[in-house]
Design a protein around this ligand. Sequence first.
Ligand code: ATP
Ligand code: MG
Length: 416
Amino acid sequence: MQRTIVGIDVGTTKVCTIVAQVSDAGSMNILGVGLTPSKGLDKGVVVNIDDAVNAIATSIEKAERLSGYRIGTAFVGVAGRHIASLNSRGVVAVQRPDHEITRNDVARAVESAQAVAIPTQREIIHVIPRAYVVDGHEGIRDPIGMSGFRLEVETHIVTGEVMAIQNLIKSVQKAGVEIDDLVLQPLASGESVLTAEDKDRGVMLVDMGGGTTDMAIFVQGGVWHTSVLPVGGTHFTNDIVYVLHTPHNTAEYLKLKYGSAIAGEPPAADDTSDLIDAETLTVGEKQQISRHLLNEIIQARAEQVVELIYNEIKRSGYEGMLPAGIVLTGGAAQLNGFDELVREMLGMPVRIGVPNDLTGLADSLDSPSYATGVGLLRWGARHGLSMLGPTHRSEERQGWGNVYERFKGWLREFLP
Ligand SMILES: Nc1ncnc2c1ncn2[C@@H]1O[C@H](COP(=O)(O)OP(=O)(O)OP(=O)(O)O)[C@@H](O)[C@H]1O
Ligand SMILES: [Mg+2]
């Protein structure tokens, strides 16, 4: 069976709407992509609804025109420094007299894991069961049908500020689209650039975008730690503006064309038309710029980002226990030498993750910038509202924010 799914990545620098046809077997045929510069966002969060609505609407229109598909609902990514996450365990006694574990037991266990104090200005975005424990036996992925007295579930819970979430929802709705579900951006990116084996072995996903760097650590197949840091590619550009006193577009141009996270490297650009000599660039109003100084500025910021990545690994408690290493994605992961810097500083395997296994208009998505957008589709295809037709979907949506309604949805998502 085929169905059409839409993902909208409302990023700090770009909005990207993707329409795809997915089959039950998991193949994904891209029907349309609508890309437009983002407006009204700061560090992953909507700060001006009207501007955000315009950008989102433009991106949606482009994707509709290209695909010939009228977009009614979409999976939408959420990020920003307001995001917080924690791990929580739920425990229940197995109910059936013969002690066979049922879906209902799992539901009650997950519900009890959710009984953690969430401040009133925050709401739950995800409750993701990671593993189950049956009568003390750890690491069970699917307990249904097993026998036991006591069922425990380990969950990863992601929360965000109500206002930030509402502003995002409002912006998408005002652009004429209802939300199938909100998905934490690094979890979406993980769907498109990590393999099941990466997640089993232990891996960290780092999505360095324009305004935020989003991270997710997976161990034994499940998500263990997530965080969103308010630093991204824009900070590199702003640093250049600040130190070299160039206009913003010049700084962005220099970064993209001559930037490197390792200051001593020779220039990577084939086109060296701005070079006076190997070390000196001339741009704009004949301003002369030392390539080495440019890259020292970039390296300083890159090192700071690597330190933040390291702090998150330490915070997760999995230092030295991520054999699959780090997968870098997001537009800013394309910074020359950044992967090498991460590898050198952290002594871990590092690769750059690009969405793959797509057909149709796939060429336009062949970049780390589209990890989140494609990941939203993968998330939708895997966990989404597969059993429901469009009319049911709208009922489902009215339940958004009603934790129990959504909770029933999550169960459908995470049980085989
Ligand atoms: N080749 C490159 N070298 C360095 N930086 C790059 C390169 N290509 C793109 N970038 C940077 O990537 C950033 C945009 O990345 P991306 O499209 O992933 O961001 P976003 O999804 O809009 O933002 P966010 O996820 O933070 O909300 C910009 O800051 C841009 O300058
Ligand atoms: Mg992004």
